[in-house]
Design a protein. Structure first.
Length: 158
C-alpha cells in the first residue's frame, strides 16, 4: 500500500484532479501498468488523460479503463488504441483486498496519478467513495478559508 508516494526518482506525468473533487479517498495503492513501447514514449511526452478513467477487478486481475494515452507521433503502425483497456500489476493479496472493498456499496477504484518511478510507469489507484453535493461545497469552503488564512498570515509577516 502506497502512502503519499515520495521518492527521489519520481517523475509525475499526470494527476487526476477531478478525483479529489468528486470522491473521498479511502485507500491508495501503487500499481504497475502493462504498456506497449510507443505508449511509454507517449507517456514520457506527458500525453495522458485520466479524467474519466476508472479501474475494475475482473477474474482476479485489475484493469484500467478509459485512460487516454495519445498515439506517439513517430509510432506509425506500432501505435495502440488510445483508450484501450490496460492491465494493472498488483500483488495477489492487494487484489483480494480490492475485491473485498469494491463489493461494498458505493466504493470504486479511480486512478489518482501516473508517474515514472526508477524508470517504470506506475499508477496510483485509490479506493474511493463518491461525495454528495454538500460535501463538495464544504470542501470548497474549507479550501477558500485556508487560502484566506494563508493570505492574512503572509500579510501579517510583512
Amino acid at each position: 500500500m502506497a502512502e503519499n508516494i515520495v521518492a527521489e526518482d519520481l517523475k509525475i506525468i499526470a494527476t487526476n484532479k477531478k478525483a479529489f473533487h468528486n470522491y473521498h479517498v479511502l485507500e491508495r495503492y501503487e500499481a504497475g501498468i502493462v504498456l506497449s513501447g510507443t505508449e511509454v514514449k507517449s507517456l514520457r511526452d506527458g500525453r495522458i488523460n485520466l479524467k474519466d478513467s476508472y479501474a475494475l477487478v475482473r477474474q482476479g486481475e485489475v484493469f484500467l479503463l478509459n485512460c487516454h494515452i495519445s498515439p506517439y507521433s513517430h509510432g506509425n503502425r506500432e501505435n495502440q488504441e488510445p483508450t484501450r483497456t490496460r492491465k494493472l500489476l498488483l500483488h495477489k493479496r492487494e487484489i483480494q483486498k480490492l475485491i473485498g472493498k469494491t463489493v461494498e456499496k458505493g466504493l470504486s477504484l479511480v486512478p489518482l496519478s501516473v508517474y515514472f518511478k526508477t524508470g517504470r510507469a506506475k499508477v496510483e489507484i485509490a479506493v474511493v467513495k463518491g461525495k454528495k453535493l454538500f460535501d463538495k461545497r464544504e470542501t470548497e469552503r474549507r479550501k477558500e478559508s485556508d487560502r484566506e488564512l494563508a493570505r492574512i498570515m503572509k500579510n501579517a509577516r510583512r
